[in-house]
Design a protein around this ligand. Structure first.
Ligand code: APR
Ligand code: PHB
Length: 389
């Protein structure tokens, strides 16, 4: 097979890049190692920055997101017995949209099917070749047959467990990592959300988050130790722990029910630089991971492919590689800002094992500042709703 851009991975990064290129008449093939159903069964993030929603509209796939997504004008942050609302709209005139990553992925898959764009699912032994040359190749096996896609460029959108990021020569690759000594235990439940807005709670017993997917489906999280196993958490135990970390009025309002998904995600910050080598360009989780606290993972993936699509369009339209040459630096500037914000919000709200009373008091002082200072709240609002793309 011959294509212009070979895309590895059918997560939001790969599928959205394919869509943006297709709209500009650039041919792309997506190679994914899992079945489509499996990709859609993974419960992931759910908050879209304003810039992300605008890009999704511009890509012509925003219809369902605008109909079903929930516009949020702010978030609640609780700390011990205090609570403050960060009014994004009132402070800086921006909002976010709560719309599950899975739904966005579904919309993108449907659009590809409708336009006849090629996606290969269940590709085994995916490997990249010749990224230093002019015609890189992706090879894979499917149904016992060997296949090859010859491309002008390869976009590595295959997440943190993919094969792309390892293709950047070790001597040129610099990685930065912080592993947090805890995880988030998440539960999805078909009950109306406990509040209209997300509640981020920094409690003595650990962090908790009340989020949602729709008016009838909620997503809740509690911070758990790094060694915890999901089998040890019955629904009752989960909801008991969640309620202990919420203020009594909220806890009393919470509607519990049987979980329809339950999983633990360990928290990690990670960046691999650069995001380009030769004809390979990395985007999304393949290049960087943020802890979920600032809801930045999905939005960073979207921002990467927006910058990348623009650079590829410039290459094909005008023959200029200025955008491609600047891609890594431009994307990383945004990545590092999101890394900083996610680290900050994680540090503010979690219980760190071994932290003394000094650490706890610092967190409280930080929270008090946020609650008192319009400027501090504006900084949070600006970061949470996202810089313009
Ligand atoms: N070959 C082909 N596809 C692969 C390979 C491989 N060797 N390895 C992984 N993949 C696929 C995965 O099965 C997955 O569908 O690449 C896709 C990567 O998708 P995501 O993990 O969703 O990553 P990305 O598209 O960058 O989106 C980032 O996902 O993890 C969340 O919080 C993160 O919301 C953010 C978003
Ligand atoms: C979610 O709804 O899954 C979610 C929301 C906000 C976050 C993280 C996760 O910061």
């Amino acid at each position: 097979m011959r294509t212009q851009v070979g895309i590895v991975g059918a997560g939001p990064a790969g599928l959205l890049l394919g869509r943006l290129l297709e709209r500009q008449g650039i041919d792309a093939v997506v190679i994914e190692r899992r079945p489509a159903d499996y990709v859609l069964s993974r419960i992931r993030a759910g908050v879209l920055e304003q810039g992300s929603t605008e890009l999704i509209d511009a890509a012509g796939i925003g219809g369902r997101m605008r109909r079903e997504g929930l516009v949020h004008e702010g978030i609640e942050i609780a700390f011990d017995d205090r609570r403050t609302r960060i009014d994004f709209h009132g402070l800086i005139g921006r909002t976010v949209v709560v719309y599950g990553q899975t739904e966005l992925t579904r919309d993108l898959m449907l659009a590809r099917t409708e336009s006849g764009a090629v996606t290969v699912y269940e590709a085994e032994d995916v490997a990249l070749h010749g990224i230093d040359g002019d015609l890189p190749r992706i090879t894979y096996a499917k149904d016992g047959m060997a296949h090859e896609v010859v491309c002008d460029f390869i976009a590595g959108c295959d997440g943190s467990h993919g094969v792309s990021h390892a293709m950047i020569p070790a001597e040129l690759r610099v990685t930065h990592e912080r592993v947090y000594p805890f995880g988030w235990l998440g539960v999805l439940v078909d009950r109306p959300p406990v509040a209209d807005e997300l509640i981020y709670a920094g409690h003595e017993r650990g962090f908790a988050l009340c989020s949602m997917r729709s008016a009838t489906r909620s997503r809740y999280y509690v911070q758990v130790g790094a060694a915890e196993r999901v089998e040890d958490w019955s629904d009752d135990r989960f909801f008991d722990e969640l309620c202990r970390r919420l203020d009594p009025a909220t806890a009393a309002r919470l509607q519990t029910g049987p979980s329809i998904e339950k999983s633990i995600a360990r928290l990690r910050s990670f960046v691999a630089e650069p995001m380009r080598h030769g004809r390979l360009l990395l985007a999304g989780d393949a290049a960087h991971i943020v802890p979920p606290t600032g809801a930045k993972g999905l939005n960073l993936a979207i921002a990467d492919v927006a910058i990348l699509a623009e650079a590829l369009v410039e290459h094909y339209r005008s023959g200029s590689d200025r955008g491609l040459d600047g891609y890594s630096e431009r994307a990383l500037a945004r990545v590092w800002n999101a890394e900083r914000f996610s680290w900050w919000m994680t540090s503010l709200l979690h219980r760190f094992p071994g932290t003394d009373s000094f650490g706890r008091r610092l967190q409280r002082a930080e929270f008090d500042h946020l609650a008192r200072s319009r400027r501090a709240a504006e900084v949070l609002a600006e970061n949470y709703t996202g810089l313009a793309l």
